[in-house]
Design a protein around this ligand. Structure first.
Ligand SMILES: [Zn+2]
Length: 259
């Protein structure tokens, strides 16, 4: 299993880093996790061939996680893609995703490759490929928008934290969250790699809570340039056992998790 941090920035655009995105590679399958604004350029910079991506999953529809999708599919088209592309999506987001792509003129009858929507329910075990699966659990990231549903009943407030599993390895990605409780959505699982966003909780509260997470290594992503300094300062005050366990990921960081 390989994990590549394609981007590590928060929703705030950065001159130095791309919005948060991961590429998970297991055996012959490459899964892109989140495809926000600028994802095509982020992949180019990371020397990842667009057409080697077999599937894409987005955690929620905020633009830093989703809005790069049509542009990326256009790149795939221009590179003469023939192989189908899997899009993993919660069932409540499938129609809006499909409609968004069609309205950007990615019309299925016109395409030379198939987009296969693979929808899932909350907490359902989803097989990505042989011996590679995921479970999405709804977190509280979008709960504060509930009050707007009165005027906009069609919006889905589904935002997922994700658990990926291969035969031997377990990876948790919080994606964007809103509460300390969201860090523990998969609390029954001890992961090999725990990847947490670092924007929506106050840095000191986040680091303290991460001290209670059972994982071999913890990586932080989705942080602004301003937060980087502050997080570093907090990490410097920790006992070395904990400090050595929490790593601030950089764009392009690649981890090989050995079986
Ligand atoms: Zn975000």
């Amino acid at each position: 299993m390989k994990i590549k941090f394609v981007g590590t920035s928060s929703g705030k655009a950065s001159l130095n880093r791309f919005h948060s995105s991961l590429l998970l590679s297991f055996e012959n399958y490459n899964l892109l996790v989140d495809a926000g604004d600028g994802i095509s350029r982020a992949l180019l910079v990371n020397e990842i061939n667009f057409n080697l991506i077999d599937g894409i999953i987005f955690s929620h529809l905020h633009p830093d996680h989703f809005s790069g999708l049509p542009a990326l599919i256009v790149q795939m088209k221009m590179m003469n893609r023939k192989e189908p592309l899997d899009i993993f999506t919660h069932q409540s987001l499938k129609d809006v995703c499909e409609d968004f792509l069609v309205r950007t003129y990615l019309i299925p009858e016109k395409m030379k490759f198939e987009i296969r929507y693979r929808t899932f329910e909350d907490d359902e075990l989803v097989n990505i490929s042989k011996d590679f699966s995921l479970i999405a659990r709804q977190n509280s990231h979008l709960v504060e928008l509930e009050k707007y549903k009165v005027n906009h009943p069609s919006i889905s407030l589904y935002s997922a934290s994700l658990f990926f599993e291969t035969e031997r390895k377990k990876i948790i990605y919080t994606s964007d969250i809103s509460s300390v409780g969201d860090l523990f959505l998969f609390k029954e699982i001890t992961s090999d790699v725990f990847i947490s966003e670092a924007t929506h909780l106050q840095s000191s509260i986040l680091i303290e809570a991460l001290g209670k997470i059972e994982a071999e290594k913890i990586y932080l992503t989705h942080y602004s340039d301003e937060d980087f300094q502050l997080i570093n300062e907090i990490l410097a005050t920790l006992p070395s056992s904990l400090k050595n366990n929490i790593i601030i990921a950089a764009d392009g960081l690649s981890l090989e998790i050995r079986l």
